[in-house]
Design a protein around this ligand. Structure first.
Ligand code: FES
Length: 134
C-alpha cells in the first residue's frame, strides 16, 4: 500500500518537493496583472497568488505561501490546472478537482487546498475590478 509510511500520496509529495509556478525570490521579477492575498482562518497561514491575463485567459501564474506541505502541493496543482484557462473556467476549479488531481489529501488537510483557490479567486476579482476602471 502506497501510503503505508506516508500520509501523503506520491503525487502530493512530488508537488510539495517540486512546486510548479512557485514565485522564487522578489515578486517584482514577475510582471503580474493582479494579485490575490488571503489567510486561512483555520490555521492562520497565508497565500499570495499572482496572475497574468491575456484576452481573458490566465497566460501565466505564480504564488507564494507560508502554508504547509498540503497547501504547497495543492497550490502547485491548482496553478497547473488554472494556467491557460479563461477567468471563468479558472473560477470553476474547486477543492475536489485539486484533491482528485493530487490523488486525495488527508481529510484533516482538505482546508489547506482551499487556500490557493481562495487566493486565485481574489486575484481574479482584483483583476476585474481594475479592468472595470479602464
Ligand atoms: S495547515 Fe495551514 S495551510 Fe495547511
Amino acid at each position: 500500500m502506497e501510503n503505508e509510511d506516508w500520509v501523503y500520496s506520491k503525487t502530493v509529495r512530488e508537488h510539495f518537493l517540486n512546486p510548479r509556478n512557485f514565485l522564487m525570490g522578489d515578486e517584482s521579477k514577475f510582471k503580474y496583472d493582479a494579485v490575490g492575498i488571503v489567510g486561512n482562518p483555520i490555521c492562520g497561514d497565508q497565500m499570495k497568488m499572482y496572475i497574468k491575463v491575456k484576452d481573458d485567459v490566465i497566460s501565466d501564474i505564480r504564488w507564494k505561501t507560508y502554508g504547509c506541505a498540503s497547501a504547497i502541493a495543492s497550490t502547485s496543482a491548482l496553478s497547473e490546472l488554472a494556467k491557460g484557462k479563461t477567468l471563468d473556467e479558472a473560477l470553476k476549479i474547486d477543492a475536489k478537482m485539486i484533491d482528485d488531481y493530487l490523488g486525495n489529501l488527508p481529510k484533516h488537510k482538505f482546508h489547506c487546498s482551499v487556500l490557493g483557490h481562495d487566493a486565485l479567486k481574489e486575484a481574479i476579482k482584483n483583476y476585474r475590478l481594475e479592468a472595470d476602471k479602464k
